[in-house]
Ligand binder design. Structure first.
Ligand code: ADP
Length: 419
């Protein structure tokens, strides 16, 4: 690189020196430095335009080193590419594999036959076809250590010496999100289908043999009201989740007093708790700083968590909400005395529609979306949700939120009213 730079620079410098000499002779020192700077600038521009090494050098006659085709810059560029790249010789042995390719297939690839490092028949066929001049694209899956999906592109890049390139495009994330979308639609349809089927069934019964049965009619109407309420809750939660996801990247603007929010959420849920003989106690602790947040979103977080503590808590038991500070964060911990959650299920609780006990959740008017909503709101607030649980003893759901920065006392004065 330095050698070629020196080669490229020499002529403009020579011309610059002559011009500079002439300028010093006839125009004095100012003109001399001007001419030297101009010559240097020209030298660099000329170096970049005319003396750049080509990406693939033409193979030197009689050269049997295929890697001689690559300039050092090209090698460096290929090494740094985030996309897995591999070059193969005429015997399908690895000439070069960049870091991304080594991350996929492992280290020590150089010199090995491609069939020994990538055992996929379609990809091997694509490489053979590429060696005959036919570029091709194939999709394949690597099952271990974790399932990954790729699209492979093979093409011949040099005939003499023979070199084939293999590029991989990682489709794993795309496939995963497609799968999540399909699962989500299947889950929503399933959740709606059950209450809808119940309502449709009762409408038919009321039109048919239960037409004149007043007792049955009251009973069926009651069930229909429950089922439609379930559908309404599900749609409400789905819309909340969509709205929260859409705003997840927008930093919250308000300054919120968590004690007030928690007290309000607990007060709203008191009558529900009373039905199960549960007492909700808020322990606010010492004075807490405000947090940066959206009041309504945080109210939803604590309503969902306190509601869950009541739904899955112990009848005639206690739900305790403790507030405090830890490691520079404000926390709200909701303790219940319910059956708790098995350790294996804890990481899955915030997944949409995940429920440890579907029947219990349905009986308690659950939609399976409450904790997913909590997780997204907490993420938006740059906070953290910690879940601890002991089977047979109860659970603690703790939300950590960063405190709001101190308000700037030197605020700009409010604009005066225009009369
Ligand atoms: P749901 O509407 O079913 O309550 P959530 O997303 O709020 O949905 O909660 C998901 C699941 O997590 C619940 O179905 C329940 O199995 C479990 N869960 C949530 N909170 C608690 C808790 N305090 N104690 C035990 N299990 C809980």
């Amino acid at each position: 690189m330095l050698e070629s730079l020196a080669r490229g620079i020499i002529w403009p410098l020579l011309i610059g020196a002559i011009l500079g000499g002439a300028a010093a002779l006839f125009g004095g020192p100012a003109l001399f430095w001007g001419a030297v700077s101009l010559a240097l600038a020209a030298a660099f521009i000329i170096q970049f335009i005319t003396f750049q090494e080509p990406v693939l050098r033409p193979a030197e006659p009689g050269s049997d080193d295929p890697l001689g085709l690559l300039s050092p810059q090209t090698r460096l560029l290929l090494e740094q590419l985030p996309m897995p790249v591999m070059l193969l010789d005429g015997a399908q042995c690895v000439l070069f594999a960049n870091k991304s390719m080594r991350d996929v297939l492992g280290i020590g690839l150089d010199g090995k036959r491609v069939s020994a490092v990538l055992r996929n028949p379609e990809v091997l066929l694509a490489i053979t076809d590429a060696g005959h001049g036919e570029s091709s694209n194939v999709s394949f899956t690597l099952p271990v250590p974790v399932e990954r999906h790729f699209q492979a592109y093979a093409a011949r890049v040099s005939v003499s010496p023979p070199v084939t390139v293999l590029l991989l495009h990682d489709l794993t994330m795309i496939r995963r999100s497609e799968q999540m979308r399909t699962d989500f639609i299947a889950n929503v349809s399933h959740e709606l289908r059950t209450p809808l089927a119940a309502v449709t069934g009762f409408i038919d019964t009321l039109r048919g043999h239960a037409k004149d049965d007043e007792v049955a009619r009251e009973q069926f109407l009651e069930i229909m009201a429950t089922e439609t309420a379930r559908m309404r809750r599900l749609i409400h939660d789905l819309l909340s989740l969509t709205r929260i996801e859409m705003n997840e990247h927008v930093p919250p603007q308000g300054r919120v007093d968590l004690v007030g929010v928690v007290r309000q959420a607990a007060a709203v849920l008191m009558p529900l708790a009373a039905q199960d003989g549960i007492v909700v106690v808020v322990e606010p602790g010492p004075a807490l700083p405000l947090v940066l947040g959206e009041h309504d979103d945080l109210a939803q977080v604590f309503q969902n968590l306190i509601h869950n503590a009541i739904k899955y808590g112990r009848e005639n038991g206690r739900v305790t909400v403790t507030l405090g500070q830890q490691d520079g964060q404000v926390f709200v911990a909701i303790h219940d005395e319910g059956e708790g959650v098995a350790p294996a299920a804890i990481p899955r609780l915030t997944e949409r529609f995940y429920r440890v006990d579907v029947k219990r959740s349905r009986e308690r008017d659950g939609t399976g979306l409450g904790l997913a909503i909590v997780k997204h709101i907490v993420n938006r607030h740059h906070g953290r949700l910690a879940i601890e649980s002991t089977l047979g003893e109860g659970s603690v759901f703790t939300v950590f939120l960063p405190p709001a920065p101190a308000e700037n006392s030197a605020k700009p004065p409010l604009p005066e009213y225009v009369t």
